[in-house]
Design a protein around this ligand. Structure first.
Ligand code: ADP
Ligand code: ADP
Length: 226
């Protein structure tokens, strides 16, 4: 039972709307799985439950056999809409996340080196003092990815991070993500609605359907090469 295990997960939103019915899934440690499925099938709800953003769900979410929300499991989340603090610089956005996740390194020199390292790797070292509003979508997403990797999470969750970007920017960021992930593998769940992206990035592909029963099909990706 190592890795991320989801057992009989069921989520209802207020009003009794069933958002997710009986999901069972295991992602091994350092596994990278992609999820595809139609709009409304519950992909974001699944990520929100794992991220601890839903108070109310039935079932269990475990990491290495223990409840994920009762231990120090660090979760890195990359949303479609970047999720940067608009009144903070690029540098501060990453710094704040690191201060929260690794308070022992709060604003010390090692932390600054780490931030510089990730800005460099993501090709945004020259944007450190800029505010998110002055950046393109692709640049903001680079910051969001740098921030997610910088906290060295146990689990990384990505919710259609590239779908709002133009095709060329998307390909560039997919490659950057692959390079960074290979250098720093972490248990990863990547939601996309793009089949090509699902095949490029997932060692297994989870296909969700909208009928909310049975729900998940797991496909081995024969061309996975990461
Ligand atoms: P996906 O990410 O696959 O598009 P979601 O997880 O966003 O799907 O939504 C799953 C279902 O839950 C949908 O039927 C949606 O309408 C519903 N839903 C999502 N968020 C809420 C909410 N905050 N309140 C009520 N219903 C919601
Ligand atoms: P903001 O400009 O983000 O609103 P703050 O004044 O809250 O920022 O900055 C918080 C800290 O972040 C600063 O004291 C500084 O240590 C650090 N910081 C912000 N931008 C940079 C940068 N470009 N290079 C180095 N450190 C920075």
């Amino acid at each position: 039972n190592s890795g991320l295990t989801i057992a009989d997960l069921m989520v209802e939103y207020t009003g009794g709307q069933l958002a997710l019915g009986r999901v069972n899934l295991t992602i091994p440690e350092y596994g990278i799985y992609t999820i595809i499925g139609p709009s409304g099938c519950g992909k974001s709800t699944l990520l929100r439950a794992i991220a601890g953003l839903l108070q109310d769900y039935h079932g269990e979410i475990l990491y290495n056999g223990k409840s994920i929300h009762n231990q120090e499991t660090l979760i890195g989340l990359v949303p479609q809409s970047y999720g940067l603090l608009p009144w903070k610089t690029v540098y501060s956005n990453i710094q704040i996340a690191m201060n929260i996740s690794h308070p022992e390194r709060r604003n010390n020199q090692d932390q600054e080196l780490q931030i510089r390292h990730w800005l460099e790797l993501m090709g945004i070292a020259d944007l450190a003092s800029r505010y998110p509003i002055s950046l393109s979508g692709g640049q903001q997403q680079r910051v969001a990815i740098a921030r997610a990797f910088a906290i060295s999470p146990t689990i990384m969750l990505l919710d259609e991070p590239f779908s709002a970007l133009d095709a060329m920017t998307r390909e560039t960021l997919q490659q950057l993500f692959v390079d960074n992930w290979q250098a720093n593998p972490t248990t990863t769940l990547f939601v996309t609605h793009d089949v090509e992206e699902a095949i490029l990035l997932g060692e297994k592909i989870i296909v969700m359907t909208s009928d909310k029963e049975g729900l998940i099909e797991l496909i081995d990706n024969p061309v996975f090469h990461m």
